[in-house]
Design a protein around this ligand. Sequence first.
Ligand code: SF4
Ligand code: SF4
Ligand code: SF4
Length: 272
Amino acid sequence: MKKYAMPVIMLAVFETVAIALWLTKDNLFYLFNFSYIGISVSLGVFLFIKKYRHARRVVQLLVGLYMLVYLGLICNENMQIEGFWYYLFTGVFEAATIHYAVAKIFGPLIFGRGWCGYACWTAMVLDFLPYKVPKQPRKRLGWIRYITFAAALIFVAALFLAHAGNLERIMFRAFIIGNILYYVTGIILAFAFRDNRAFCKYICPITVFLKPMSYYSLFRVKCDKEKCISCGKCRRVCPMNVDMTDNSRKRENGTECILCMECVKNCPKGAL
Ligand code: SF4
Ligand code: SF4
Ligand code: SF4
């Protein structure tokens, strides 16, 4: 039974958040929302333990489609970074601000960039592309993320400074246009750099939050040096160019790990 502790813990964490928000915000939606995500994530971890090959993809589709289609398109919630700034500026602690606090700012202290591996609706599509393992060396283009981060902030700040009317409608349109831009840019970059996750590595503004917080992540892939035979297979299958054989927090691309577990699955010695 011990091996099933992880999905149970994951479910317990999400249910705690769900119940706490339901009671403090007096809104049943939070109970439904975080319970759904918790059940999806726990199911994925359970399937992984059962060695189901597509466990991560199941979670990615369950959570990613829910957030994109239900929350984004049906409920008109802008859950992108512009939505986060928008709700923050209006002083409303709900929707995108809660989402960012849980999944992208404080959550990564526990589960690192699990969001990127299991829930992001942009990566949900990019992961269908053919370059699951990068076919070219990593580029020094990470600085672009700071430009996209600043652009999102300036865009929302400008709306407030200009006293733009019908902000809800503008934010919904920004959500649609922003997603289309992300998908088009992500797909072009994936083929140009022969790397499905090129968008994540160089463009995505959310990594400005995710990277520093995931540096301190509780959940990390670690290497048992006694078992490791230095065959290098783990590094060859990593989509994010992480040196998971180095156990220090300063390891190469350590804040890029999306906890996809490809290295763990492929290690011939069970050292990870
Ligand atoms: S880096 Fe950005 S686009 Fe990539 S998975 Fe994470 S949040 Fe999604
Ligand atoms: S795949 Fe396993 S044995 Fe090979 S280098 Fe990586 S951790 Fe070591
Ligand atoms: S292959 Fe391993 S180190 Fe690389 S992103 Fe996946 S879990 Fe992290």
